[in-house]
Design a binder for this molecule. Structure first.
Ligand code: S3P
Length: 425
């Protein structure tokens, strides 16, 4: 029940969003001039650049994907003269809060309608434990956040949810604390912050699930190339994987082991995915991914796998539509507080397209292979990853799906549609 078209060729995807955010933020805190190549020029990462400019860093676009950043040093940021708008970006507001919690001035952080509904208690609570003064709407749970930073103390904090954003926020605050900060994760999440801070001279160590950062006087500048975003590549991996006869190469993709869950699950489902030209770029493992389509089997995705593929669940749901049997994804309750409730959004869209599927409180199931009902219009709910998944589903099934609210794709992947059109033409 796969589409009639096969997808062949080569493409590359824009820079990794998580790494681009961190490069812009951390370079602004460094002492000296940093160069960031392969920067993701998208709404979310530009929100981060805007925040760091508002704090006094000079960030120059040498080209849309290359930044020259004159860092302010850890302790010379300036009080922003206006409210900082993080747009749609959870990474900007959450990691930004960790930096601002340590600054001796007042900052107010807000975001768009979606971001203002996303939980912030997870960063406010530990930062307040460190001694910061942070207030948020709805009983200190939601943005806007009002942060009066100051001296911080080191803590050991057991995170209730696996979150790289929360971990990173606390590690950043820890650079400024009077003693080390240790963050204990229930499950391991992406470690881009730890890698980059170490490359900049900070002392970061790991013992099991606990990451510790030592207080720090200065960060060295960065000279870094950001690898392609595996979360963006995932849409094309799925497109080729579900279509027997397809063979697609996605060049220069970051394959940090905390991010490759989507590759592992697609392989388990029967897709052929091979790494070629493996190398290290900017302290991160990178490879060209060569994917071959196949008749897929369903997968069971277990809770411990979820942090490694959290942003790829909508794309994996598309793969599940073509797999012969029921795919189940559990332990993914975090999806309910992403840019949309991604469990509800995917189940609503797939159901309206005639695909058997359903929700669990902490996940979802999809039964394939299923025919996609033509002539249906689906709402992305303003969530970029839902919008792109629906586009891929339409392309793979060879059935046009009208997707409402697709502008949101620009938050993470401008150019997505032309890459897709290039393959389907
Ligand atoms: C991100 C971490 C993940 C991910 C988000 C980006 C990051 O969120 O979903 O898109 O850059 O640290 P959580 O840390 O909240 O799980």
């Amino acid at each position: 029940m796969s589409g009639k078209t096969v997808f062949r060729g080569e493409l590359s995807v824009p820079g990794d969003k998580s790494i681009s955010h961190r490069a812009a933020m951390f370079a602004a805190l460094a002492t000296g001039v940093s160069r960031v190549r392969g920067f993701l020029h998208a709404e979310d990462t530009l929100s981060t650049a805007g925040m760091m400019r508002a704090l006094g860093a000079r960030i120059e676009e040498v080209s849309p994907t290359e930044l020259r950043i004159e860092g302010k040093g850890l302790r010379a940021l300036v009080e922003p003269s206006d409210v900082i708008d993080a747009g749609n970006s959870g990474t900007t507001i959450r990691i930004g809060s960790g930096i601002l919690a340590a600054q001796p001035f007042l900052s107010v952080l807000t975001g768009d309608r979606t971001l203002r509904r996303r939980p912030m208690g997870r960063v406010i609570e530990p930062l307040v434990k460190m001694g910061a003064s942070i207030r948020g709407r709805d009983g200190n749970r939601l943005p806007p956040l009002c942060i009066r930073g100051g001296s911080l103390r080191g803590i050991r904090y057991e995170m209730p949810v696996a979150s790289a954003q929360v971990k990173s926020s606390l590690l950043l605050a820890g650079l400024y604390a009077d003693s080390p900060v240790t963050v204990v994760e229930p499950l391991l999440s992406r470690d881009h912050t730890e890698r980059m801070l170490k490359a900049m001279g900070a002392i970061v160590s790991r013992e099991g699930n606990a990451v510790t950062v030592a207080p720090c006087e200065r960060l060295d500048p960065l000279d870094v190339t950001v690898p392609g975003d595996i979360s963006s590549a995932a849409f094309f991996l799925v497109l080729a994987a579900v279509t027997p006869g397809s063979s697609l190469t996605v060049r220069g993709v970051g394959v940090n082991p905390f991010r490759t869950g989507v590759v592992e699950v697609l392989r388990r489902m029967g897709a052929g995915i091979r790494y070629s030209s493996e190398r290290v770029v900017g302290g991160e493992p990178v490879a060209d991914l060569v994917v071959r389509g196949a008749e897929l089997a369903p997968a069971d995705v277990a809770p411990e796998e979820v942090p490694g593929l959290i942003d790829e669940v909508p794309a994996l749901c598309v793969a599940a539509v073509f797999a012969a049997g029921r795919t189940k994804i559990r332990g993914a309750g975090e999806l309910r507080v992403k840019e949309s409730d991604r469990i509800a959004a995917m189940v609503a869209c797939l159901s309206s397209l005639g695909i058997p599927c359903g929700e669990y409180p902490d996940g979802l199931w999809v039964e394939g292979p299923a025919a996609v009902r033509p002539g249906i219009s689906c709402d992305s709910r303003g969530d970029h990853r839902i919008a792109m998944s629906l586009r891929v589903l339409g392309a793979a099934a060879g059935v046009p799906i009208e997707v409402k609210n697709v502008e949101c794709i620009d938050t993470s992947f401008p150019g997505f549609q032309s890459l897709l059109d290039g393959l389907t033409r």
